[in-house]
Design a protein around this ligand. Structure first.
Ligand SMILES: NC(=O)c1ccc[n+]([C@@H]2O[C@H](COP(=O)([O-])OP(=O)(O)OC[C@H]3O[C@@H](n4cnc5c(N)ncnc54)[C@H](O)[C@@H]3O)[C@@H](O)[C@H]2O)c1
Length: 246
């Protein structure tokens, strides 16, 4: 199996894309730390029932101290942190005229600073190990600006893309790769709030003419953290049905 014996931490694992990534990694032999604000106990139990390995970590990624303590404890118990997937994120809707300072700060706090907090906590362990895989879940909005969200969201994701490339440069000498995925229009709770008209409009802009599935992102994630991708770093891979080709 592709991730046999690996320890992977995945943020936002309670549902949607994070959950699909957790299930996929576990099915390839990884022990998966299921990080979320919400309880992931049920997911951990369901993995266990399938003979797979997952452990629930209830954690707010915007709390740097708790993130560090949790990651140190995982490294102490398991010896390593092989993989970190920064997937947890929030969205806000509306235009710049509607966007308030509090929403702006909150979106950047979770999406960007939360990613920073988790990287800061995982990287010392990866440097010590001289190996690691970091994968940041960005968005098409980070490359082309917001389509369906308030401008704080795309801004946070654009910053994540730059952060991904900066880390990729700095961590290469330590045997750590840092990549991203830029999804678009994936069927999750985050996109469920779209009106029928909005969905039709979004699908109309996708050459493959369908919404994406969380599993579509999980397959790309598996590749990018696997040994097969050992010569890829600093890449932010489109998983978008062709909506953006760059
Ligand atoms: N769904 C899409 O169409 C789409 C498109 C592009 C990018 N993305 C990105 O993919 C990622 C996952 O999206 P999704 O659609 O599965 O979202 P989702 O809202 O279904 O799930 C996000 C998860 O993150 C958790 N979370 C939020 N804040 C947290 C915090 N402070 N600490 C810990 N956990 C927290 C939530 O509890 C939730 O379980 C996000 O980063 C999102 O921006 C999604």
């Amino acid at each position: 199996m592709v991730l046999d014996g690996k320890t992977a931490l995945i943020t936002g694992a309670a549902r949607g894309i994070g959950r699909a990534i957790a299930l996929r990694f576990a099915s390839e032999g990884a022990a998966v730390g299921l990080i979320d604000l919400k309880s992931t106990d049920e997911l951990a139990r369901s993995l266990e029932a399938q003979g797979l390995e997952g452990f629930a970590l209830e954690l707010d990624i915007t709390d740097p101290e708790r993130v560090r303590e949790t990651f140190d404890e995982v490294a102490r118990q398991r010896g390593v942190i092989d993989i970190l997937v920064n997937n947890a994120g929030i969205i806000a809707r509306g235009t710049i005229l509607e966007l308030g300072h509090e929403t702006w700060r909150r979106v950047l706090e979770v999406n960007l600073n939360g990613t920073f907090n988790c990287c800061k906590a995982a990287i010392p362990h990866m440097v010590r190990q001289k190996s690691g895989r970091i994968l940041n879940i960005s968005s098409i909005a980070g490359k082309m600006g917001d389509i369906t969200a308030a401008p704080a969201y795309g801004t946070s994701k654009g910053a994540i893309n730059t952060f991904t490339r900066s880390l990729a440069r700095q961590l290469a000498e330590h045997g750590i790769t840092v990549n991203g995925i830029a999804p678009h229009a994936i069927e999750t709770d985050m996109s469920a709030e779209w009106s029928e008209e909005k969905r039709r409009e979004v699908i109309g802009g996708i050459p493959l003419k369908r919404m994406g599935r969380p599993e579509d992102v999980a397959e790309a994630a598996l590749f990018l953290v696997s040994e097969a991708a050992s010569f890829i770093t600093g890449e932010v891979l489109n998983v978008n049905g062709g909506a953006l080709m760059d």
